[in-house]
Write a protein that binds this ligand. Structure first.
Ligand SMILES: Nc1ncnc2c1ncn2[C@@H]1O[C@H](COP(=O)(O)OP(=O)(O)OP(=O)(O)O)[C@@H](O)[C@H]1O
Ligand SMILES: [Mg+2]
Length: 402
C-alpha cells in the first residue's frame, strides 16, 4: 500500500465520521477519496463514549484505505463543541529602531500567548490577527519594516483539556497518530470561503448534526468564533416526536421532503410515511410545520450571535452556510430573509481529484486536508503557532495510555 505524501483529514462529527485522503503530487493537492461512516459515541461534537467512537473511526479509516489503496496511520483531526471558546489577546516586542524580523514577530505573538488560560483549558490555536508598528494599525506583514515597538493582535482558541484529550485518545486507540488538531469551523472556512469574502467580511455558519459553528472573517483575519448547540439532529428529533415515527424515518423524511418554509410547499402535496410499521399518507405541509419553527429558532440564535459580536458591521459579503444541515431545502432563502444578509451555500472549492467531496457535509474534512497541505508545502505559512503546546498534549495522552 502507498503512503508517502499523503494527508488525511478526519472529521469526527456528531452524525458521521469522514476521512478525506489527499496526496501531494507535483506540489499540488489531489483528493484521492472520501469515506463516511455513521458516528456513534459523540454528543454535540464531544466524545461521550470512547469505545463506540473508536469503532466508528476505525470503520471510516478502513473504508478510506480500501477505496484509495493508501495506508493511513496519521490524521489531522477537527475539534468542535460548546467547550471551545475564542478570545482576542495582544502582545508586544521591542524592535529598537531596526528592521522587524520573523523572530520579533514570534516574540510579540509569544507575549500575546501569555493571556490567562485556566488550568482545565488547553490552547488549540493562536492565530495572528494583525500587527501594530509604532502605533500604525492594520499591518499585515511587518517583516522588513523599521520600527521601535511591535504589537501583535491574536485570536486564541481554547478547548476543554479533557474533551480534547478524549478525542486524541480515540484516534490513538484506533492506531492513528494525530498530527494536528484543528478547530472545525476554521477548517470548513479554509475549504469553502474565497479570499475576497474573507477580505471584505463574511460570516460562515457550519450547521452540523449536533452543533452550529459560526466564524467571522474581515481583512483576511479571523475575528470571532462561537458555537450554538443546535444542529440538524434537533430537526430530526422534532419530526420523530411530532409525527410519532422512528428517528431513522424522520431523518429520511427530512432529507427527502423537508423544507424550511411552509410557503414553499404546495398545499395539496402528500408524502408517504411509515408510522408504527404501517404506511400512510400525510400532507407534506405537516412535515414543514414541524421543521419551520426549529429553523426559525436556529436563525434567531444566529442573528443574536451576529448582533452581539458586531457581525452586521463585519460581514458585508453576507453569510455562507455549510455543513450537512445547510442542505435543508429552502434554508438559504429563509435565512436571507431572517438575517437580512445575502446568503449562499458553501461547497468545498478548487478540489482536484475525487469529486465526491463536493458536498457541504465534507467542508470540514476537505478543509483539514487543505490546511495540512498548506502547512506542508508553504514554509512561510503561519496559521497556527501553538504546535509546541499541541505536541506536549499528545505526549501527555500517550503517557496516560502506557
Ligand atoms: N439533504 C439534507 N437535508 C436536510 N438535512 C440534511 C441533509 N443532508 C444532511 N442533513 C443533516 O445534516 C446533519 C449532519 O451534518 P454534518 O455531516 O455536517 O454533521 P456532523 O459534522 O456529523 O456534526 P457536527 O459538526 O455537529 O459534529 C444531520 O442532521 C443531517 O440530517
Ligand atoms: Mg461537522
Amino acid at each position: 500500500m502507498r503512503q508517502s505524501n499523503t494527508i488525511v483529514g478526519l472529521d469526527v462529527g456528531t452524525t458521521k465520521i469522514c476521512a478525506v485522503v489527499g496526496e501531494i503530487v507535483n506540489n499540488d493537492l489531489e483528493i484521492r477519496g472520501v469515506s463516511m461512516s455513521p458516528s456513534a459515541g459523540l454528543r454535540k461534537g464531544v466524545v461521550v463514549n470512547i469505545d463506540s467512537t473508536v469503532e466508528s473511526i476505525k470503520n471510516a479509516v478502513e473504508k478510506a484505505e480500501t477505496f484509495t489503496g493508501i495506508n493511513i496511520n496519521a490524521v489531522r483531526i477537527g475539534i468542535s463543541g460548546s467547550h471551545i471558546k475564542g478570545f482576542d489577546s495582544c502582545g508586544a516586542a521591542g524592535v529598537r529602531g531596526k528592521e522587524v524580523s520573523y523572530m520579533d514577530l514570534e516574540r510579540a505573538i509569544d507575549s500575546a500567548k501569555a493571556a490567562y488560560v485556566p488550568l482545565d483549558r488547553e490552547v488549540i490555536h493562536v492565530i495572528p490577527a494583525g500587527y501594530i508598528l509604532d502605533g500604525q494599525n492594520g499591518i499585515r506583514d511587518p517583516v522588513g519594516m523599521t520600527g521601535v515597538r511591535l504589537e501583535a493582535k491574536v485570536f486564541i482558541v481554547t478547548g476543554s483539556v479533557t474533551s480534547t484529550q478524549n478525542l486524541i485518545k480515540c484516534c490513538e486507540r484506533a492506531c492513528l497518530e494525530v498530527t494536528d488538531v484543528i478547530f472545525e469551523p476554521l477548517a470548513s472556512a479554509w475549504s469553502i470561503l474565497t479570499d475576497d469574502e474573507k477580505e471584505l467580511g463574511v460570516a460562515m455558519v457550519d450547521i452540523g448534526g449536533g452543533t452550529t459553528d459560526i466564524v467571522l472573517f474581515k481583512d483576511g483575519w479571523l475575528r470571532h468564533s462561537s458555537i450554538i448547540t443546535i444542529g440538524g439532529n434537533h430537526f430530526t428529533n422534532d419530526i420523530a416526536v411530532g409525527l410519532r415515527i422512528s428517528v431513522s424515518e424522520a431523518e429520511r423524511l427530512k432529507k427527502s421532503f423537508g423544507s424550511a418554509a411552509i410557503i414553499m410547499v404546495d398545499e395539496s402535496e402528500e408524502i408517504d410515511i411509515i408510522q408504527a410499521g404501517q404506511g400512510r399518507k400525510i400532507p407534506r405541509r405537516h412535515l414543514t410545520e414541524i421543521i419551520q419553527p426549529r429553523a426559525d429558532e436556529l436563525l434567531e440564535f444566529i442573528k443574536n450571535e451576529l448582533i452581539s459580536c458586531s457581525g452586521y458591521d463585519i460581514a458585508s459579503r453576507g453569510v455562507v452556510l455549510t455543513g450537512g444541515g445547510s442542505l435543508l431545502e429552502g434554508l438559504d432563502m429563509f435565512a436571507e430573509t431572517a438575517l437580512g444578509l445575502p446568503v449562499r451555500i458553501g461547497y468545498p472549492k478548487d478540489i482536484k481529484g475525487c469529486q465526491d467531496i463536493n458536498n457541504p457535509m465534507y467542508a470540514t474534512g476537505a478543509g483539514l486536508v487543505l490546511y495540512g497541505f498548506e502547512k506542508e508545502i508553504n514554509q512561510g505559512f503561519y496559521p497556527d503557532i501553538c504546535t509546541g503546546v499541541f505536541d506536549r498534549m499528545k505526549d501527555w495522552v500517550r503517557g496516560i495510555f502506557k
